[in-house]
Design a protein around this ligand. Structure first.
Ligand code: GLP
Length: 263
């Protein structure tokens, strides 16, 4: 696994956006051969989205032949709800870039048939040829997408019950009111993510320090689902210094050393 350590969250945003632009441009996507991108929500990727919008407006990257699959969606929130992940994605990214709406995929949290929705999502990813680059954030308890602790590392898209810790952490988007936070979500599985050709997880802030410690230095375990990245041939964690706060000094020095000349 690669661990890219940057000074602050702005540098993380810039590095991640440049990397996405590089991957898409290098791939030279076409209508018949689109680039398939997995996308997250949350506060962490906001800076990356802002940078990607800038690159798109500057003509340095186009999303015209990019197909996207979002990681997750709350159950019970209309797409027009300001805290739904549908709303988040259009507000913070899709409305500002040249992506074609038919290429956007987000799980439908209002569906009456969850099993069918999840099956169709997995099928759509397969039909698109698989994800080239899956980008994610990480929860304080190490969850990726909504794969809460003890999610199977072989899991696929399905319904998940959110833990108290996640509901508490996400209540900041719901006026701090825990009762307004949905308790369930649809989410891609750990295996759906790790099946991508490449996985890039962004982590900023000291509150992610334990997740990184367990994900990087701990063993592979369903307790911290981010640790599944250790089994991926092309896993990258892009983080700021505060997020490395619980890592051993030698670990930090190792990654700073080996990545010093890399993109
Ligand atoms: C939610 C999302 C995750 C995200 C996590 C962290 O639980 N389902 O995909 O990684 O929040 O969010 P933040 O980046 O706001 O800390």
């Amino acid at each position: 696994m690669r661990v890219i350590i940057k000074d602050d969250k702005q540098q993380v945003a810039e590095w991640a956006a440049q990397y996405v632009a590089y991957k898409i441009n290098h791939f030279r996507p076409s209508p018949k051969r689109p680039f398939v991108l997995g996308l997250p929500t949350g506060s962490t990727p906001l800076g990356m989205y802002a940078e990607l919008i800038k690159l798109n407006k500057a003509g340095k990257i186009s999303f015209e032949n990019v197909v996207t699959f979002n990681m997750d969606e709350y159950i019970g929130l209309e797409p027009s709800h300001p805290q739904s992940y549908h709303y988040f994605m259009f507000e913070n990214f899709f409305n500002h870039i040249d992506i074609q709406h038919k290429n956007i995929h987000i799980l439908d949290g209002m569906t009456k048939d969850f099993a069918k929705e999840c099956r169709s999502y997995e099928l759509a990813i397969k039909e698109a040829g698989g994800v080239h680059l899956f980008i994610g954030g990480v929860g304080e308890d190490g969850h990726i997408a909504f794969n809460e602790p003890f999610s199977s590392l072989c899991s696929r898209t399905r319904v998940k019950t959110l833990t108290e810790s996640t509901i508490k952490a996400n209540s900041r988007f719901f006026d701090g009111d825990l009762s307004k936070v949905p308790t369930m979500a649809l989410t891609v599985g750990v295996a759906t993510i790790t099946e991508a050709e490449e996985v890039m997880i962004l982590a900023t802030g000291a509150n992610k320090a334990q997740a990184l410690k367990h994900g990087i230095e701990g063993g592979v375990s369903h307790v911290w689902t981010i640790s599944a990245l250790q089994c991926h041939p092309h896993g990258i964690i892009v983080c700021d210094k505060p997020a490395t706060g619980a890592l051993q000094e030698a670990t930090v020095n190792y990654f700073l050393d080996v990545e010093r000349n890399n993109f």
